[in-house]
Write a protein that binds this ligand. Structure first.
Ligand code: 3BY
Ligand code: FES
Ligand code: FE
Length: 421
């Protein structure tokens, strides 16, 4: 491993070395320094997806989530308010809550039993004296936003305010699906053997879909992501024109039904990187299932619009497919330079009953297969970038524009946070 990228200055040199239109210099994917810098600059100073409002349905429902070296607690308090705190005891800093789900009356530190109410107030601090100012030792809050039922948190005390733009765009798009009142029918954790940026890059292109995702390809048009038709072969152009025409037809229908569908992109230049578009579902057009039909008989939000497509949303560490019958939400968390947790949740109407209204295998089949395929690809990519022979390679301007934008956004954000030296 080269020494120069083991320092902050080294990181600056690698950020400066990134060539537009190309993947990143290797150490930005592989070094411990870059991983720590990403956890600080990206995962602690931007809004990242952390879960769902319906993950914490009732007062006392708690989720603890590690984000790099940090950890947060998300809960619903006695007043039905969603709250998030740093998962750090105000006494001597012990982790309060173990990762995962729990149900509590109060938060009790396992170390010396300091006890916090669900609003973060320190209720009990044994042996600290009767005059101990408990009011000064509140849990440290974490900024939390519920955007149409999807939760975003920012660990910084000064979160970027363009989350308002995400909320403005997404609230009306997500409202009909009533995700706040949905239910997690299934949850899956996959640990990918690669850097989180390779996970996100892999997700932002469908260049690999036709050959690597036979199941997803039945319901997913590979050309959906900012495909640039200039320079295509005749066959590719015919395909691209046909899809554009299908989008015009569907768009007119969705307009008539009052369903927003246009692509909205805030990438380079925006701290809160996101893209949304209502996508056409291929095949019979209803859902990302093996037969492309709805998997759940009780639709999300109770609305019966199986033709409403896939409300797709990307964020910094997340991607979501919201369909009439179910939603699949994904979030990636950096566990180490070469390890990334991908957490997938399948959401259904809260009253939908497994075995009656849906079959769990059918509901989850496409993305279980796709996640496994993607995990394999991310591991291959990481092994490649960690090898001596790696040189940053050119992104396709037809199918990988979003990756170029992601890498540009990344370098830009690291620079904004002082890592460019
Ligand atoms: O789910 C997504 O958004 C991306 C796009 C195509 C393949 N995929 C994993
Ligand atoms: Fe939590 Fe001491 S560290 S009570
Ligand atoms: Fe994929």
């Amino acid at each position: 491993m080269l020494m120069e990228h083991r320092t902050r200055d080294g990181l600056g040199a690698w950020l400066a070395a990134r060539r537009p239109g190309h993947s990143l210099p290797a150490p930005l994917y592989t070094s411990e320094d870059a991983w720590l810098a990403d956890c600080d600059a990206i995962f602690s100073r931007h809004w990242v997806a952390v879960g769902l409002a319906c993950d914490v349905e009732e007062a006392g429902d708690v989720i603890a989530l590690d984000i790099g070296p940090s950890s947060i607690v998300i809960l619903r308090d006695e007043e039905d308010r969603l709250r998030a705190f740093h998962n750090v005891c105000s006494h001597r800093g012990a982790r309060l809550v173990p990762p995962g789900r729990s149900v509590v009356g109060k938060l009790v530190c396992p170390y010396h039993q300091w006890t916090y109410d669900l609003d973060g107030a320190l209720a009990l601090a044994p042996h600290m004296g009767v005059d101990f100012p408990r009011g000064l030792h509140h849990l440290k809050p974490v900024a939390l936003r519920d955007v149409g039922g999807i939760l975003y948190a920012c660990l910084s005390d000064d979160p970027p305010d363009d989350i308002d733009e995400l909320a403005r765009v997404m609230e009306p798009r997500l409202a009909p699906y009533d995700l706040r009142n949905a239910r997690v029918a299934h949850e899956q954790d996959v640990i990918e053997a690669g850097n989180w940026k390779l996970t996100m890059e892999n997700n932002r292109e469908c260049y690999h879909c036709a050959s690597k995702h036979p199941q997803l390809s039945l319901s997913f048009h590979a050309a959906d992501f900012g495909y640039d038709p200039d320079g295509l072969s005749d066959g590719e152009r015919a395909e691209s024109d046909a899809l554009a025409e299908a989008y015009r037809r569907h768009g007119a229908h969705w307009d008539a039904e009052g369903l927003p569908h246009a692509a909205v992109e805030h990438t380079v230049g925006w701290p809160t990187n996101f893209r949304t578009q209502r996508l056409i579902i291929a095949g019979l057009g209803e859902s990302q299932t093996p037969d492309t039909r709805a998997a759940v008989t009780l639709p999300l939000g109770g609305q019966d619009r199986p033709w409403s497509g896939d409300m797709h949303l990307w964020g910094i560490n997340s991607w979501n497919h919201v369909m009439s019958d179910h939603a699949v939400v994904f979030a990636a968390y950096p566990l180490g330079p070469d390890r990334t947790l991908v957490r997938t949740k399948w959401l259904v109407h809260r009253d939908a009953v497994e075995g009656e209204d849906y079959d769990l295998d059918n509901l989850t089949a496409v993305w279980r297969a796709t996640n496994a395929e993607d995990a394999h690809l991310v591991a291959l990519a990481h092994r490649g970038v960690a090898s001596a022979g790696y040189r940053p390679g050119p992104y396709s301007r037809f199918t990988e524009r979003a990756l170029d934008e992601f890498s540009t956004w990344y370098v830009d954000r690291m620079t904004a946070h002082g890592y460019a030296g």
